[in-house]
Write a protein that binds this ligand. Structure first.
Ligand code: ZN
Length: 267
C-alpha cells in the first residue's frame, strides 16, 4: 500500500512539474499556484483538472485534457454546467468569466493566474525570496504589484486613459469586470478585450524587463488590435461585430493620440 501511495505521490508531483515547466522537474518558485488549487473545480477557482481519485490521477498527463475543457467551443452541456456553477455558493466569478471567453487557452490560463495574483511580479518574486527587492524594474519608483505592473507604472498608465477605460475605482482584480468603458463599444465583449489587453501588457512588461524590447503604449494597443483581428474568428459569426467595434475603437484611440501628439509638436 505504501508503495502505491508513494507511486501516486510521484505521479502527482511529476504532473505538476510537466504542467508548469514541461520538464520532469521544476523549482518551487516556478509552481505559480499550489497544485491542489490547480486541481480544484473551475467553479472553486481552480483549473478544473479534477484529480480526485486514483483513476483520474492516472489521466493527469494533462494538457490535452485541459485543452479540451478550455477550448471555448459551444456546447449545450457547457452552458448547463456554467449555469449550475453560477448557482454554486463557492462559484469563482473571475474563473467563470475567463473560461467563457473565446480567447485562446494560453490567454485564459494567463488571465487566471493574473486574477489569483500569481504572476511573477517583483512583489511576488520578493515574497518567494527570488528577488532581493520588490521595486519595479522599469520605473523603479514603486513596488511592482499587479496594480503597478498593469495600471500605474508610468510605462503603461496612459494606455487606459487613451482607450477610455476608467480604472480609478479598481481596487481588486474583480473590479475590472465593471470598469467603465466608452458607450460606443459593446459591454458583452469587454471580457474578451480585457483578456487581450492584460496579455499584451504583460508581454510588453516582460520584453522591457528582460531587455529585448521597449514597447510604448501605442505598440501594445496595436498588438491587441492585431490579436482581436485574428481571434474574432473564434467567435460565432453573429457576435463578431461587437468585437470588431472594440477593435475599431482601439485603432481610433491610437490614431487620435498620434494626431494630438503631432499637433502639440507643431505648436
Ligand atoms: Zn513601474
Amino acid at each position: 500500500m505504501e508503495e502505491i501511495v508513494y507511486t501516486m505521490g510521484e505521479l502527482i508531483g511529476g504532473s505538476s512539474h510537466v504542467f508548469w515547466t514541461s520538464e520532469d522537474m521544476c523549482h518551487g518558485s516556478k509552481c505559480l499556484v499550489a497544485w491542489k488549487d490547480v486541481c480544484r473545480p473551475k467553479a472553486d477557482g481552480g483549473l478544473g483538472l479534477g484529480l480526485k481519485d486514483l483513476e483520474t490521477q492516472n489521466q493527469c498527463l494533462l494538457m490535452k485534457f485541459v485543452d479540451k475543457i478550455l477550448d471555448g467551443s459551444p456546447a449545450p452541456w457547457k452552458e448547463w454546467a456554467y449555469g449550475m456553477l453560477m448557482d454554486s455558493s463557492t462559484a469563482d466569478g473571475n474563473g467563470l468569466r475567463i473560461w467563457k471567453s473565446r480567447m485562446p487557452n494560453k490567454v485564459k490560463v494567463f488571465t487566471w493566474l493574473f486574477f489569483r495574483d500569481r504572476l511573477s511580479t517583483r512583489v511576488n518574486l520578493h515574497r518567494k525570496h527570488v528577488q532581493p527587492v520588490d521595486a519595479c524594474s522599469r520605473c523603479g519608483t514603486s513596488s511592482e504589484s499587479w496594480q503597478h505592473a498593469f495600471f500605474h507604472c508610468p510605462y503603461i498608465a496612459e494606455l487606459w486613459s487613451r482607450i477610455g477605460v476608467n480604472i480609478s475605482n479598481v481596487q481588486e482584480t474583480e473590479d475590472l469586470w465593471s470598469a467603465h468603458h466608452p458607450a460606443a463599444v459593446c459591454s458583452s465583449h469587454w471580457a474578451d478585450v480585457l483578456l487581450a489587453l492584460l496579455w499584451r501588457i504583460w508581454e510588453a512588461r516582460n520584453n522591457h524587463v528582460f531587455g529585448s524590447e521597449l514597447s510604448c503604449v501605442r505598440v501594445v494597443i496595436s498588438r491587441v488590435c492585431d490579436d482581436l483581428n485574428i481571434w474574432r474568428y473564434r467567435l460565432p459569426v453573429h457576435s463578431r461585430a461587437g468585437l470588431d467595434a472594440w477593435r475599431m475603437h482601439l485603432v481610433s484611440s491610437n490614431c487620435n493620440a498620434a494626431t494630438a501628439s503631432a499637433l502639440d509638436a507643431h505648436e
